[in-house]
Write a protein that binds this ligand. Structure first.
Ligand SMILES: *Cc1c(COP(=O)(O)O)cnc(C)c1O
Length: 414
């Protein structure tokens, strides 16, 4: 496998990102430049048709129009391709734009998708409600840990097996090599949302064909930008920008080059941030487990996918920044979060993840509220389920004391 520039892939994801960076510097600076132009000139009139037909494009140094490709966004895309060890990548205005763009490119009317039953709420609604109505693309949701059920869900129209590396919010780990094998046996693509585990896991090295991120979360890391990307081989990316049938070209969720610049400047410290998030998440998970809480964290030996996670994870970055606690009731979950935010200043009650401070949300009433009751039950999301995105601010000792007080407060609710 080779990256954008055709060089061999090195094992460490952040080393790949670092190697992809120094190729840039067209004005000799250490940072990338922001190319704000929405339209680009040609020197010969005859070049226009070639650009429009895609015979020439950014690979040859030629740009056409900002919704198609932009040089600054292209630099960020190159770094993300390096991060995910895919030959190519491109960026979108949001994670949902990346997910819908990739699915609409991989599927035509009448096609079928097999997907995990625990997914980000927006993705679940896209597959369950939007795509059947708007595109005649239907999805069968399955428990991905049951490989027999996964295989049985395939039909001759199945084009995509869709999963999250670490599922939202249940934090189950997808057996990527086994899922890739099943998808490929059936001539389908494995599309993986790696939003929860950048740097931590590199799905393309385990057989994924397309890797998607909501850059809004860990990769940008500052909760100030909404953005996404699709990492895949060049043909898949180019197909999404086809003038006649390209899902991203025609639906148009283009990334602003200023956003691309911001995300790119935060990429070099992504590895440090993921390690810091993971260190905290592990400490919080261990502390809560010691108090008798029902904790879910892939880095705990009690996690059902602990061994699988260790097999898939890149060494040196820990087990991710997310942990979940099942409090058994919404009342206890709410008391826990309210006490930790309003009394302890431990973190914030907010959806999203990958921020410097801890973010807490009750999944069933927030980021998974799109799922109906049966789907919530099938996915294992109870009303007392709290998802924490562990931040890295504050002294660990202080944070652990706050967390313990929050847990004891929650138990006071009968
Ligand atoms: C947030 C999120 C998305 C959607 O991304 P946006 O940037 O909000 O569009 C998709 N998948 C996962 C796992 C997410 O956490």
């Amino acid at each position: 496998m080779s990256d954008f520039s055709g060089r061999t892939v090195v094992a460490d994801p952040m080393a790949r990102v670092a190697r992809s960076r120094h190729e840039f510097g067209e004005h000799g600076g250490v940072n990338l430049s922001i190319e704000t132009s929405a339209t680009f000139t040609v020197m010969e009139a005859g070049k226009m048709p070639a650009l429009f037909e895609g015979r020439e494009g950014p690979k040859g140094g030629c740009f056409l129009y900002g919704r198609h490709f932009n040089p600054t966004v292209m630099v960020l895309a190159r770094h993300l391709a390096a991060l995910e060890a895919t030959p190519h990548a491109y960026c979108t205005a949001s994670g949902m734009a990346a997910i819908s763009g990739a699915l609409l490119h991989a599927c035509d009317s009448g096609d079928h998708v097999v997907a995990g039953q625990a997914l980000y709420g927006g993705t679940w609604a896209l597959l369950h409600d939007f795509l059947p109505r708007k595109a005649n693309v239907h999805t069968t949701f399955v428990d991905l840990s049951d490989l027999k059920a996964v295989r049985a869900a395939f039909k001759k129209e199945t084009r995509v097996l869709y999963c999250e590396t670490v599922s939202n919010p249940t934090l189950r780990v997808a057996d990527l090599p086994a899922l890739a094998a099943i998808a490929h046996e059936h001539g389908a693509r494995l599309i993986v949302d790696n939003t929860f585990s950048p740097v931590t896991v590199t799905p393309a090295l385990h057989g994924a064909d397309v890797v998607i991120h909501s850059l809004t979360k860990f990769i940008n890391g500052a909760s100030d930008i909404v953005a996404g990307c699709v990492c895949a081989e060049g043909e898949f990316i180019d197909g999404m920008y086809d003038l006649h049938t390209g899902s991203l070209m025609l639906l148009g969720p283009a990334m602003d080059p200023r956003a691309a610049y911001e995300v790119a400047t935060r990429l070099p410290n992504l590895g440090l941030r993921m390690s810091a998030h993971a260190e905290r998440a592990l400490a919080y998970a261990q502390a809560l487990e010691a108090l008798g809480a029902k904790v879910v964290y892939p880095g705990l030996p009690s996690h059902p996918d602990h061994a699988l996670f260790r097999r898939l994870a890149n060494p040196g970055y820990g087990a991710g920044g997310l942990l979940s606690v099942d409090f058994g009731s919404a009342e206890r979950a709410n008391r826990f979060m309210e006490h930790l935010q309003n009394t302890e200043d431990f973190g914030y009650m907010a959806v999203s993840l990958g921020f410097s401070d801890t973010l807490m949300s009750a999944s069933a009433s927030s980021t998974s509220s799109e799922l109906d009751e049966g789907a919530l039950r099938a996915a294992g999301i109870s009303p007392g389920w709290v998802r924490l995105s562990a931040g890295y601010t504050g002294r660990l000792e202080d944070r652990l004391a706050q967390l313990e007080r929050g847990y004891r407060k929650a138990l006071e609710v009968s």
